[in-house]
Design a protein around this ligand. Structure first.
Ligand SMILES: *[C@@H]1O[C@H](CO)[C@@H](O)[C@H](O)[C@H]1NC(C)=O
Length: 503
């Protein structure tokens, strides 16, 4: 009798409640980041998966790993460099599926278990939501330019599941390859595309299996769906705290700057155009550094030095907390940016934008790519100006700054809201409504892009912020003495604090 009870008890305990898969037969890797804001979102996601698994009551727990906690090198976002470690460290003898997702993935755990139980885990296979290029794009090195739509790659935020036989094969292949490091690419731009291409190069039969339960947006059928990044955390940063620095040069003053001036520049309070030459019609701030075709390292460092110097002297800049370094063909949403900046912890260093990687298989680093706009806080700029130098005048500025910051242990913060390329260069599914930037004026009408993506929200936002601007005009017109400016500043900052902006 006792035996029967025991047996049935064990039976109940060990039967997956709904489907042929136990919670612990899944390993998750959440591509988290170590800054407080993104880490908080990642921990929340982990928590919701654990809660759901407790409700399932199958007596086991899923393995959930946060990338920034497991992989300290900061290259995990590129995925291929950590494939061997994934196989060696994140897979147990019980794991049937390895699931990759992002902090902005939303997971229905029960549905995930039942969906995956219908798949064959003994095959070499990976499943996800299929993205493809509408036209050949620079972010994928113009891959498959004759027929870009043929190649499919996963939307990681919608979830990707790998069978263990596939992971083993990839890891084994990679161990062979890494003995000839030349075989691996230097630059990482779009990790999902590069991963799919890598897998396809291992075996042309290994193509992404598109499944309906991994979704690019909410749906009842979704086991995982992609959610847009939350950009408003309760307090937007007022625009008098942000200084916008545009890098330009003589030959683009007439060609490009009018687009900037007539679009997002209208909504800034502190704006500087840094150029190789002085031009009173803009006006520009000359950097005293000759223009180089590419690179701009010396110029960018000089700009950061000039900015720090001006902040220390010009009392109207006393509130500045953030510096946005943009190209003369970068389009920005001032409103989305100022909301988003409010999400980050002021005490942390900030080096924010779209992350690319250089040499992530060995000793490389992630960098924030310049065209999409780089946001620093003043603390970070001080650190750069004190510690970094250019190896040559035309070294790539964004990369040198990043490699220097890496030595200072300051990690790039990635946001999918910033874009190094034009909106046309991305699959429409991944473009978020609250995007902050697009780059390049090539074969597009910048006015139209600004109109379609940013104008309306910027205008509305600015109406609410207007008192800040008029306050500055007042200070300027009255040519105040430094001490009265100080008082005025104090009044104003009180006013800003009490004037909580919500959209
Ligand atoms: C100080 O900063 C304000 C606001 O950006 C600007 O309008 C003004 O021209 C600056 N003053 C000087 C002397 O550069």
């Amino acid at each position: 009798m006792l035996k029967i009870v025991l047996i049935s008890f064990t039976f109940i305990l060990l039967t997956p409640t709904t489907c042929g898969i136990f919670s612990d037969e899944i390993s998750f890797l959440v591509l988290s980041q170590k800054n407080k804001y993104h880490l908080g979102v990642a921990k929340q996601l982990k928590h919701t998966i654990i809660e759901q698994s407790l409700n399932l009551d199958d007596g086991t727990k899923p393995n959930i790993y946060l990338a920034n906690e497991v992989f300290k090198k900061g290259n995990s976002w590129a995925i291929i460099p950590i494939l061997i470690d994934i196989r060696n460290q994140l897979i147990t003898s019980r794991t049937k599926w390895f699931v990759l997702c992002e902090t902005n993935s939303v997971i229905n755990f029960k549905k995930l278990l039942s969906s995956l139980s219908a798949e064959d885990e003994t095959k070499e296979v990976y499943m996800g939501y299929s993205l493809y290029d509408r036209e050949a794009t620079i972010i994928h090195h113009f891959a498959f330019f004759r027929n870009p739509q043929q190649f499919h790659f996963p939307y990681i935020r919608a979830g990707v599941a790998f069978s263990i036989p596939l992971l083993n094969r990839l890891a084994n292949h990679l161990s062979l390859l890494s003995q000839q490091p030349k075989m691996l690419t230097d630059f990482t731009i779009d990790a999902a595309h590069e991963l799919a291409l890598f897998i396809w190069n291992v075996d042309k039969n290994l193509v992404l299996k598109s499944v309906p339960y991994f979704c690019s947006r909410f749906g009842l059928e979704c086991a995982i769906y992609a959610k847009e990044e939350n950009i408003f955390c309760g307090n937007a940063i007022s625009l008098d705290k942000v200084l916008f620095a545009v890098k330009t040069c003589g030959k683009y003053h007439k060609e490009r700057l009018p687009f900037i001036q007539k679009t997002w520049a209208r909504f800034t309070i502190h704006l500087r155009f840094f150029s190789d030459i002085y031009d009173s019609t803009i006006p520009t701030v000359p950097t005293g550094v000759e223009n180089t075709e590419r690179g701009h390292c010396e110029k960018s460092l000089k700009i950061l030095r000039l900015i720090l110097n001006e902040i220390s002297k010009n009392s109207t800049l006393k509130n500045i907390e953030f510096i946005v370094l943009a190209d003369d063909d970068t389009l920005l949403s001032i409103s989305s940016l100022s909301e988003y900046l409010g999400c980050f912890d002021k005490k942390e260093y900030m080096f924010l934008g779209e992350r690319y990687g250089y040499n992530l298989f060995s000793d490389g680093y992630s960098y924030i790519t310049g065209g999409a706009g780089i946001v620093f806080n003043t603390k970070t700029i001080k650190k750069i100006v004190d510690s970094c130098s250019c190896s040559s005048i035309s070294s790539p500025d964004d990369m040198i700054i990043a490699s220097c910051l890496k030595q200072l242990n300051i990690e790039a913060i990635h946001s999918s809201l910033f874009h190094q390329a034009r909106f046309r260069d991305y699959s429409p599914e991944i473009l978020e409504r609250s995007s902050i930037s697009f780059h390049k004026f090539w074969q597009i009408d910048p006015f139209e892009v600004y109109e379609n993506w940013f104008r309306k929200k910027d205008e509305e936002y600015f109406k609410i912020n207007k008192h800040i601007l008029s306050d500055y005009k007042y200070i300027k017109q009255n040519c105040m003495t430094p001490s009265s400016v100080k008082n005025k500043q104090k009044q104003k900052s009180n006013q800003i604090n009490s004037n909580h902006i919500e959209l």
